[in-house]
Design a protein around this ligand. Structure first.
Ligand SMILES: NC(=O)c1ccc[n+]([C@@H]2O[C@H](COP(=O)([O-])OP(=O)(O)OC[C@H]3O[C@@H](n4cnc5c(N)ncnc54)[C@H](O)[C@@H]3O)[C@@H](O)[C@H]2O)c1
Length: 340
């Protein structure tokens, strides 16, 4: 099995820093790209780039990466990467790609760009060069969530409704959760937000907002999206109610429960969901980054479809943008595919 020459561009928190969080390490063996790059059998991690030299020194020292620099050009004097992991802030992606003429695949952090036009420009540049794009919306690679997507009907029957919480920003974690709705429940065709709920997100993306919204799916299903203030506690969660069961994914993927439909304990002839006696499923989110790399190589080998494509990420971004726009347009009902 050959190893692909790989460069990490942007070695901040998700690039490498999360590897230093001892609490995270208890639940997420692979919380950062560096941890996968250092161990994955298909990766030769040969270069790291960050505008902050203290960051590259730390990464070189800890992980033994051969080439480092403040720019791609500096790091690649004697290295021609085939794979680039781009974990810079979103405004840098297109410029970074232009400096990497030898890559044939990129694993890029979300969001693809600062707005839809910039994201599109990045994807166009990749397409023109025939560069495979995978976007690290990692829930798409999480085996437990993939199982729910596959076995949803058997687990819960026909979905009747779903509730989603997110925090630290609509454009930040809202992106992950709206993408998860698409992954588990189907395409979103229309959004309508509650304008009174629009507030500052107090999250890591300047200007990001919080807003409650309803999402209408192609199937006609309505999904309810509500923000939580992460200064109080965190929860990016989803709770799906079907005709003969319920499945919930809470504690950000660490707690998955399936609840069957049973006889109602208090009314003859009625039924209830056994919300107090779920079957717990072991979490797999701690290995989702690793699984994303497995998928990248399987896609490069022609053995699997990429699980989180650029076009899919673009659609999620469009929904996210419309959720904010609906709130600013007094709760207008907006179509994701245009046409009113
Ligand atoms: N998929 C996820 O779960 C997840 C989690 C966290 C962050 N992210 C995303 O990853 C990206 C980075 O987030 P972060 O929290 O790691 O940010 P960060 O600020 O901790 O890290 C970004 C790093 O990029 C470096 N950088 C900036 N411009 C650069 C350039 N031109 N070339 C090389 N390095 C450059 C910075 O010095 C910094 O070290 C964001 O887009 C964020 O939304 C995704």
């Amino acid at each position: 099995m050959t190893r692909a020459r790989t460069i990490l561009v942007g070695a901040g928190k998700v690039g490498a820093g999360f590897a230093d969080d001892p609490v995270m390490a208890r639940h997420y063996p692979y919380a950062s790209h560096a941890q996968v790059l250092a161990e994955h059998p298909r990766v030769e991690w040969g270069a790291v780039v960050d505008v902050d030299p203290a960051v590259t020194s730390r990464v070189q020292e800890r992980w033994g990466v051969a080439h480092a620099g403040r720019t791609v050009a500096e790091a690649c004097v004697a290295y021609a990467p085939e794979i680039a992991v781009i974990a810079t802030p979103p405004d840098e992606r297109l410029r970074v790609l232009a400096e990497l003429p030898t890559v044939r695949a990129v694993l890029v952090e979300k969001p693809l760009g600062l707005d839809e036009a910039a994201s599109r420009a990045f994807l166009d540049a990749c397409r023109e060069r025939d560069v495979l794009v995978l976007v690290n919306i990692w829930r798409r690679a999480d085996e437990r969530l993939r199982q729910i997507a596959r076995e949803r009907d058997a687990m819960v029957g026909r979905v009747q409704t779903a509730f989603v919480t997110y925090g630290n920003g609509l454009h930040n974690n809202g992106t992950h959760m709206i993408d998860l709705v698409r992954m588990l429940l189907g395409e979103i065709t229309r959004v309508r937000s509650a304008p009174e709920s629009l507030t500052d997100a107090h999250g890591p993306i300047p200007g990001d907002v919080h807003v409650a919204a309803t999402l209408t799916l192609e199937s006609g299903l309505t999904v309810h999206l509500a923000p939580l203030d992460f200064r109080e506690y965190r929860e990016n969660g989803i709770d799906v109610w079907g005709t003969h069961g319920r499945v919930s994914v809470y504690q950000e993927g660490l707690s998955t429960s399936v609840y069957p439909r049973v006889d109602n304990r208090a009314m003859t002839g009625e039924r209830e969901i056994a919300s107090d006696t779920p079957t717990r499923l072991d979490p797999t989110c701690g290995r989702a980054f690793w699984a994303m790399y497995d998928n990248l190589f399987a896609a490069l080998d022609g053995q699997a479809e990429p699980c989180s494509t650029g076009e899919s990420a673009m659609r999620t971004t469009r929904v996210v943008d419309l959720v904010e726009r609906s709130a600013r347009e007094d709760g207008a009902s907006l179509s994701v595919d245009g046409g009113g």
